[in-house]
Every structure is written in C-alpha cells, then in structure tokens.
Design a protein around this ligand. Structure first.
Ligand code: HXC
Length: 514
C-alpha cells in the first residue's frame, strides 16, 4: 500500500470512531437537548486547537456479551486544546457509546490525560455524561474510578480542575467532580446523585424524579455541589472560558493580567450603604464599584447567598473577593456560608490570587439549628482558611464587624496585611442593643422609663464602641478611609504586596476542621 492509501484508510477509521455510538444514538442525544461529546469539546476550546489522543483505545472485557463489541473511543474523548490562548487538557464522556459508562480502559484514558495535565501544569476539564460504572466490567470499573479519585487528589492545589456535568452522573461517578475545584451544571441536563431514583424507590419506597433528586438547581442552590449554573450548554461553556481566563495555569504561576480598566458601575460607592444601619443593600454593588470594568464572576451565586465570593480584576490582575451579603441573613456566617468562603479562600491561596474581604455582618448565625448542624466546626473553617493563606489579604470593614465575625473576616489578628474601615464601621463585641441590654441591665431595669434608658444606653454604647476609632487607636485598623478612596487604596495595597512572602512552620499538612 502506498502512503496515500494508508492515509485514506486512517481517515476512514477515524471517521468511523468519530461517529461515536452511531446516528441513532446521536439523534437520541440531541433529542434530549444535549450536544454530542465531540461538539462540546469543540465548543469549549479555541477553533482548530483540539488534538485528540487514544482514539483507538478499546476495552478488553469478554463477559456479558462484550467480547468483540467495538466501542468508539471506549466511550470517552480525550485531548488537549487552548481556551482563549491558554492550554488545557480536556475529556468528554460520550453518552452515545454505551451510556458513556466507565470501564477500565475508559478510566485509563481519563487518568492518562489527567497525568498529562499534572506534568504539563495546565488545567484539566472533565465533561461528565455517563451511566456510571460499566456494569459488565465490574471490578475493572471500580478500579478505574479509584485511579481517577487518586489523581484528583494529587492534582488538587497544583492545577485547576474543572468538572462539567452534562448528563447523568451517578453512583461513584459523582466523587471525581466533588474532588475538583469547580463544578458546572446546566438546567434540565445535569443530574448528580449517589443513588438513582429506581434504587431509592426499591429500598425506601419513595418515588422521586431525577431532577428533584439531583438536578442542576438542587446542586446549585441547596447542596452547593455546583459552583456555576447555566440555562444552556453554550452559556455554561462561556462561563468556563471566563473562569479559565481569570485563573492561572498552575500553582507556580499567576493569572494572566489584561489591560487595566476603570469601573463602569453606575452606582456611586458613597450611596450604596443605606443611611439606616439596619437596612440591607447588595454588596455586589460595592464590588462592581471597585473592579476593572465593574466585572465580577460570581462563584456559588445561588448557594449560601449570605456570603458572596468570586473573581474580579483590579489594575488588570485577578483578585478574589469575599464579601458578607447584608441582603441575606444580614450577612451572618452560618454552616454553608462558612464552607463556601473557606473553600474559595483556599483556592485563591493555592493559586496565588490575592484576596479582598468586604465586611458587614453581625457575627455567626445563632440558633439551635445552626448549633446542631455544626456551626462551630464549619465556622472554624473560615478562621483556618484565612489564617493559613499566605497570599496578599486585605480587608475593608464597610459597616458591622461584630464579635466572631470581626475576627473571622480576615482581621489583622488572623494575618491580614492591610485592614481599612469606612467611617460607617461599627467594630464591637456585639451589636449595640444586645451589648447595652447586658452591661446596663441593672440601670435599665431600675429606670423609671425603661425604654428611654435602654435607648440612651444603646446610644452611649454606639458612641463609645460601635465605630472604627477604638480599633484604629489600637492599630488593628490601618486607616479609616472614605468610600471614594477605597479603590485607589486597594490598588496601592495590591501593587505593593506583589512580592509578599509569608512563612509557615514546616509540617506534612495541617488538619483543617473538615
Ligand atoms: C453499562 C450502561 C450503563 C452502565 C447506561 N448504560 N448505564 N451500560 N453500564 N452503568 C447503557 C444502557 O444499557 C443503554 O444501552 C445506554 O447506555 C443508554 O442508557 P439508557 O438507560 O437507555 O439511557 P437513559 O434512559 O437516558 O437513562 C440513563 C441512566 C440509566 C439514568 C444513566 O441508564 C441508568 O440508570 N443507568 C445505570 C446507572 C447506575 O446505577 N450506574 C452504576 C452506578 S454504581 P443500549 O445498548 O440499550 O443503548 C457506580 C459505582 C462506582 O457507579 C463506585 C465508584 C466508587
């Protein structure tokens, strides 16, 4: 055979494999409102940049009718490509091939591309659309999952790992996404659960739909397993591209800087906080007033809304924002918001992204529910994450900073590099009402007019303690600043912190309150 004939034969072989599970299965996939695995990869990476490997890998199973059965790519497509010019490793399970089920060879294709990602020090993106462990392969499939989980753990904190759930993700399959840094879901398409509805019905006698059990909204709003929620696959791919452009390739690099821009937010930063200190506002308006182009990519937008976390840019460089959200639960820290903040802080710290904290909260959320749900353990994660982080850490106290909240939200005492406070800041052990009721209880009870005395004592407390000047007089606050100065001061603090080095005692690893 001439070389040209060989080339033509290769093209034919490739064309057959690239058809995945064949026309009928592809039609079914599209009828479900889903893109094919190959189209998904091509829609995520830059045009012409995708290079596929292991196209001809095949399973070696002989049992349960598998002997001689050819599975295109063994049900998964793996390769490398570029996203907005940044290199990535990527894989996509192909549901048209035996439900994208995971056998040993399928898993080995995935672990090979993960190994590449770790050696090349570039992000790894996994698109999950699979019925889980390939039932015919039994232990081979379980071994495959275990090898993936091991690599997820080894790569954690070294390269960014992204999971995209674009179909079912059942049984052990959910644990690889759970070990990665960011999980993306799409309305009506993503399903994640340990145990499917059929098993639940058999074992527990309860009927529940896949959507209600583990659909996109369930994970974006209730469980917090998903960090990004989209209404369509295309919207999801745009979110992935935005995220990749904001984070570095690995833990030794910084995120790529772009040309600086001024904020374009319409709201005047001085006017965002209401005059009545008890009234709420949207802290995202303040973030928009601070970031370049007022851009902010919010992470976990729908979950634990009492804290806001996400990425923006200042002077062209990526910054992580952690901000109490007074619109929900007065911005209190509870179990979920503590988990959300701590995880985000640890990602920023692992990947050299400075953290700006905006504080306005009355403390940890009180109550039996929270105590029994473990707010002590969960809340401790925030203390741990901030204390452990060595990236530049800057805090701006906007309004309330009471009690544990004051300490937890990146206070000087946990290692903040710079702490600023607006003149509206109230820094105290607790809110003025609670404090006055306790320390002036006797005077209030003995007064002729209890209410008037209570009000007088609350005012006394506010004047003496609920302001930024007591903390500033002790050096815990570096400067009391006007709201309009905030961006300039943050830009300066970030600029002079670029070469920050912070040392920690040698240890194998810490033991965070997981
Ligand atoms: C082998 C599978 C499969 C699997 C689906 N298929 N899942 N083959 N192993 N796990 C095949 C189907 O037989 C079918 O083949 C094709 O894929 C499409 O599946 P359908 O059922 O027709 O699709 P749909 O109706 O959309 O339902 C999708 C589904 C359902 C909800 C995912 O297939 C399902 O419940 N699958 C089993 C899920 C599961 O319990 N997995 C094991 C989890 S245990 P044909 O030839 O008919 O087209 C696990 C343990 C791992 O993962 C532990 C690691 C720690």
């Amino acid at each position: 055979m001439t070389l040209m004939k060989n080339v033509l034969a290769l093209r034919q072989k490739k064309a057959i494999v690239e058809k995945g599970g064949g026309d009928k299965a592809i039609e079914k996939q599209i009828a479900m409102g889903k893109m094919t695995a190959r189209d998904r990869i091509l829609a995520i990476v830059d045009a012409g940049s995708f290079h596929e490997y292991d196209l001809f890998v095949q399973h070696e199973e002989r049992n349960f009718g598998m002997e001689g059965k050819v599975l295109a790519g063994d049900g998964v497509i793996t390769g490398t490509g570029m996203i907005n010019g940044s290199p990535v490793c990527i894989y996509a399970q192909d549901f048209t091939v035996m439900g994208g089920s995971l056998g040993l060879k399928h898993a080995r294709k995935i672990t090979k591309i993960m190994d590449h990602a770790l050696k090349l020090k570039i992000p790894c993106i996994g698109i999950n659309d699979s019925g889980g462990a390939r039932i015919q392969e039994g232990i081979g499939a379980l071994a495959g999952y275990g090898e993936i989980f091991y690599r997820n753990t080894m790569a954690s904190g070294v390269i960014p790992q992204i999971s995209v759930i674009l179909g079912p993700c059942a049984g052990g399959a959910v644990y690889s996404p759970a070990l990665t840094d960011f999980v993306f879901v799409v309305e009506n398409i993503s399903k994640m659960f340990i145990t499917g509805p059929n098993v639940i019905e058999t074992v527990l006698g309860e009927k529940i739909s896949q959507e209600d059990l583990g659909g996109a909204r369930v994970h974006a709003e209730i469980t917090g397993n998903a960090h990004f929620y989209a209404l369509s696959e295309q919207e999801c791919f745009d979110q992935i591209k935005n995220l990749i452009s904001l984070i570095p390739h690995n833990n030794e690099q910084k995120a790529k800087a772009i040309a600086p821009k001024k904020p374009k937010a319409k709201k005047d930063i001085e006017k965002i906080i209401p005059t009545n200190p008890k009234h709420p506002y949207d802290v995202r308006d303040i973030i928009h007033a601070l970031t370049d182009d007022s851009y902010f990519l919010e992470v976990h937008e729908l979950w634990a809304a009492n804290i806001v976390v996400g990425f923006g840019r200042m002077d062209g460089e990526t910054v992580g924002f952690v901000a109490n959200q007074p619109m929900y639960l007065a911005g209190c820290l509870d179990c979920d918001s503590s988990d959300k903040a701590a995880r985000f802080i640890r990602f920023c710290d692992a990947f050299n992204i400075p953290i700006v904290t905006l504080e306005d909260m009355p403390g940890y959320l009180p109550g039996v529910d929270q105590e029994h749900a473990g707010v002590i353990r969960h809340g401790a994660k925030v203390l741990y994450a901030y204390s452990e982080a060595t990236v530049p850490k800057i805090t701006v106290i906007l309004r309330k900073a009471y009690g544990g909240g004051y300490i937890a939200m990146n206070s000087r005492h946990l290692g903040a590099d710079f702490t600023f406070a607006w003149p509206s800041a109230e820094i105290a052990v607790m809110g003025p009402e609670g404090a006055a009721n306790i320390i002036f209880r006797k005077e209030i009870m003995e007064a002729e007019n209890e209410e008037a005395m209570r009000e007088q004592k609350v005012q006394e407390y506010i004047e003496k303690f609920a302001n930024p000047y007591v903390a500033a007089s002790k050096g815990y606050i570096d400067a009391v600043i006007e709201p309009s100065e905030t961006r300039e001061l943050l830009l300066h603090a970030l600029k002079i912190s670029k070469n920050k080095e912070d040392f920690r005692p040698e240890k194998k690893h810490g033991i965070p309150p997981f």
